[in-house]
Design a protein around this ligand. Structure first.
Ligand code: SF4
Ligand code: SF4
Length: 149
């Protein structure tokens, strides 16, 4: 399987919580696959409608996580920590990475610079420089969840 990824990108989550909800710049949609929602429901003993709403025209995602009214953050972000970390949805496992395909059918990984844990400097000492194995593992995770890639 062929994939392309940006070279010389370092990433280490600094737990800022930016990706867990709205910012001044943008409203965030925390989208869920059915398998994401089912797993969170099973692990938290909550009905899906307690933490998510139906998402229209976002296939293959069918739900969107509810956010707290007071700060626009995911309802599972408690004291700056993800309270369902082991069961967080695929989209959260991917962030700050996005996956798409090109005309030749190759998988293309992009990294968003919105995340303060991303660094592209060759002198970066923030975290690990992302290697092919990192992207390979993400691709396998997505394949498992989607079942079709
Ligand atoms: S925005 Fe980046 S650094 Fe901040 S919590 Fe999300 S992944 Fe971690
Ligand atoms: S599920 Fe966890 S990682 Fe994902 S947005 Fe909510 S608090 Fe953040």
């Amino acid at each position: 399987m062929r994939f392309e990824y940006p070279a010389n990108v370092c990433f280490k989550c600094v737990r800022c919580g930016l990706c867990c909800g709205d910012t001044e710049q943008k409203a965030r949609h925390i989208l869920l696959l059915k398998s994401d929602a089912d797993q969170i429901s099973a692990q938290t003993n909550q009905q899906i409608d307690a933490f998510a709403v139906k998402a229209a025209d976002k296939a293959p995602y069918i739900y969107e996580m509810k956010k707290k009214q007071q700060d626009g953050k995911c309802i599972f972000l408690l004291s700056e920590e993800c309270s369902i970390y082991e069961h967080r949805p695929l989209i959260c496992r991917f962030y700050p990475i996005e996956l798409s395909t090109n005309e030749e059918g190759a998988y293309i990984f992009k990294v968003t610079d919105e995340c303060p844990g991303v660094c592209r400097s060759e002198f970066c000492d923030l975290g690990e420089r992302l290697q092919p194995e990192f992207f390979d593992a993400l691709l396998n995770l997505a394949r498992d969840r989607f079942g079709v890639l």
